[in-house]
Write a protein that binds this ligand. Structure first.
Ligand SMILES: Cc1cc2nc3c(=O)[nH]c(=O)nc-3n(C[C@H](O)[C@H](O)[C@H](O)COP(=O)(O)OP(=O)(O)OC[C@H]3O[C@@H](n4cnc5c(N)ncnc54)[C@H](O)[C@@H]3O)c2cc1C
Length: 599
């Protein structure tokens, strides 16, 4: 049962007051991954009263709602020859063969069934004329396997999952910010959070913690995420608890984000869908050259995301960008009615900003879109910390060096289900209550730190330091990287770290308090991206080193960031396993990646 007690600190030397909440499994994160894991636990016979799902925002208000384009699964609606092994082969090819083939298989083999299940649960998929779940191409796919719900797939999926969770009476707690996972050194004991509405501290006592707290690309100055999401909380919480991070250097940059200097800061980095290029949009530099002729004369604007993003970045870096720091994307050669019908949301968005896409180009530049790296987990989603699991965008291993569009929503539900099954099995077979005293002792140490942080009267504004980290990552470990830049980035980061010891912070309900907590996460994650990027002396997928422009077969390895016995960061590498025979067969068949049909 969930059990709530009040623990009174008593006097000033004691820890601050806090609420204590007990559950068998705690799910941190209520996006698609967290919601799907909780549903699976109940469907595997776990009493919903033994669960708790928490999120730092309102219920149903997770970043998943921003996914629009679609979710992959080899249903074969339009291309019956498609199957999950070919989906796996495409994923490994796009991941440049440093994905974990077993994780890729877990996702791709489960997806046809999971799409049908979402359909049965009422997700409003777009349909073919004969009523089947429609599927379309996304970049780099051999067959049409991206299912979608108009251009609001993520929102439709999360609504469906939230309503399924509510049908199962799964308890949910909103607006709680988790700042620390508590362990005894080997196994997880629970977590500490702050209720952002009341400012009260909460200690969660749990046998199992499933971390589904999203990704880390919101830590880049230009990014396609919501400003307060994807801030690296998941990887940082896991790393601080003793888990290992993997593949953190692989950050996918989408080629076409809106340009803030032209459209206003709040629009900076927001996606201009690939469909604009898919429908014929052309890229021009400030001199009016259609520059993709130099970078990709065959595929032109329709080449893979990393190729087009690098081309645009080079044009801008070499002084051929617009005065606002972008390039022009022009679809005005198309009829107005065509643009209105095929690109309605884009047309409307720019019209609201006073730009007529049918008469003039829009300005775009690359934007950080998805972090392929995250927490290293085993086949069940368990981290190196006993009882701590990581799923969804927080985990690593499925996407390797680059992600196929549509595969991340797939990963959320596939690992939500797989990890839910494994955790349910564990809860059924092991009564394993953690040591409550140890949890209290360790949680109270952190609570003292939190109480000291709140209302602290130091010199530096945490939001300003977070912005410095965002700029640093964009400048030193963006699309084009080199040794000197990565070194400089690490030095800049250390300078920020020393200032972060002296912060000016409001009370526990203030934005400054949340920024201060995020600053700690950002320091960990930025360090991991920079170190891993410096270590990988080759170019592969989304990681491009101008000083090592070629792919080196000796680097078909994953970079892992852990800690040694005294807590200092350590880097090591691991070689991915070979794929199964069935997937190897699909790889050997050499299906063509189709870059011409984009989301
Ligand atoms: C603009 C955009 C478009 C996209 N389009 C697609 C697409 O078409 N297809 C596709 O497959 N993928 C797409 N993606 C990627 C996809 O949306 C995400 O990878 C996926 O939704 C991640 O889901 P998640 O459940 O792992 O995390 P999220 O949805 O990010 O949920 C994270 C949860 O964790 C909670 N949380 C975070 N930190 C804390 C903390 N410290 N304490 C407590 N709670 C916390 C949050 O409140 C939230 O509930 C897109 C991404 C973006 C940015």
């Amino acid at each position: 049962m969930n059990e709530t007690d009040r623990i009174d600190g008593g006097n000033a030397a004691e820890p601050p007051e806090y609420e204590r909440v007990e559950s068998r499994a705690l799910v941190v994160g209520a996006g698609a991954a967290g919601a799907r894991a909780a549903i699976e636990l109940v469907d595997q016979g776990i009493d919903p009263a033994d669960l708790l799902v928490i999120g730092k925002r309102g219920h149903g208000d997770a970043h998943t709602t921003w996914a629009r384009g679609g979710i992959n699964g080899a249903l074969g609606t339009l291309d019956p020859e498609d199957d999950w092994t070919i989906h796996a082969a495409d994923t490994l090819n796009e991941g440049h063969h440093i994905n974990d083939p077993r994780k890729v298989e877990t996702v791709t083999a489960r997806m046809p069934g999971l799409l049908r299940q979402l359909d049965d649960w009422g997700m409003p998929f777009s349909r073919t004329e004969n009523g089947r779940i429609d599927q379309r191409y996304f970049g780099a796919q051999s067959f049409r396997r991206t299912a979608f719900a108009g251009d609001f797939t993520g929102e439709a999926m999360l609504e469906t999952l939230v309503s399924q969770a509510q049908n199962r009476s799964i308890p949910y707690r909103e607006n709680v910010f988790v700042s620390r996972l508590i362990t005894d050194g080997d196994r997880v004991l629970g977590a500490v959070g702050t209720d952002l509405d009341t400012g009260e501290f909460v200690v969660f006592d749990a046998e199992i913690v499933i971390l589904a707290a999203g990704g880390y690309t919101g830590l880049y100055r230009r990014h396609s995420s919501r400003d307060d999401e994807n801030t690296g909380d998941g990887p940082a919480l896991a790393y601080e608890a003793g888990a290992t991070l993997m593949d953190m250097e692989f950050v996918q940059f989408h080629p076409t984000g809106m340009v803030g200097d032209r459209y206003g800061a709040s629009w900076d980095g927001r996606l201009v869908t690939e469909a604009v290029r898919g429908e014929g949009g052309r890229l021009f530099n400030a001199a009016g050259e259609r520059f993709m002729e130099r970078y990709s004369p065959d595929q032109m604007e329709l080449d893979a995301r990393d190729v087009v993003a690098r081309a645009i970045a080079r044009e801008i870096a070499e002084g051929r960008g617009t005065e606002h720091g972008g390039v022009s994307l022009d679809i005005s050669h198309r009829e107005r009615s065509f643009i209105e019908t095929r690109l309605p949301r884009m047309y409307e968005r720019f019209a609201d900003l006073g730009v007529d896409m049918a008469a003039e180009p829009v300005e775009v530049a690359p934007t950080a879109h998805y972090g392929m790296g995250g927490v290293q987990v085993d086949d069940d989603g368990e981290t190196a910390v006993d009882g701590l699991y990581a799923i969804g965008e927080t985990m690593a291993g499925v996407h390797g060096a680059n992600r196929l569009g549509g595969n991340s929503l797939a990963e959320t539900v596939a690992y939500g289900q797989a990890t839910g099954e494994a955790v349910a099995e564990r809860l059924h077979t092991r009564a394993d209550r953690p040591d409550g005293e140890a949890l209290s002792r360790r949680a109270e140490l952190h609570l003292r730190d939190l109480a000291t942080l709140a209302n602290s009267d130091g010199e530096h504004d945490p939001e300003a330091l977070l912005e410095e980290i965002r700029s640093l990552l964009w400048e030193q470990t963006g699309i084009l990287r080199d040794e000197a830049g990565l070194e400089a980035g690490l030095e800049r980061l250390e300078a920020i770290r020393s200032r972060a010891a002296d912060l000016a912070v409001g009370d526990e309900r203030s934005r400054a308090y949340e920024f201060a907590l995020n600053l700690g996460f950002a320091l960990s994650v930025a360090n991991a991206i920079l170190r891993s990027g410096r270590e990988r002396t080759e170019s592969r997928g989304a990681h491009f080193r101008t000083d090592y422009p070629d792919t080196d077969s000796g680097w078909q390895r994953n970079i892992c960031l852990g800690r040694d016995s005294i807590g200092s960061p350590t880097l090591s590498t691991e070689t991915p396993e070979a794929p199964s025979e069935a997937v190897q067969h699909a790889l050997d068949a050499g299906y063509e990646l189709d870059y011409h049909q984009l989301e």
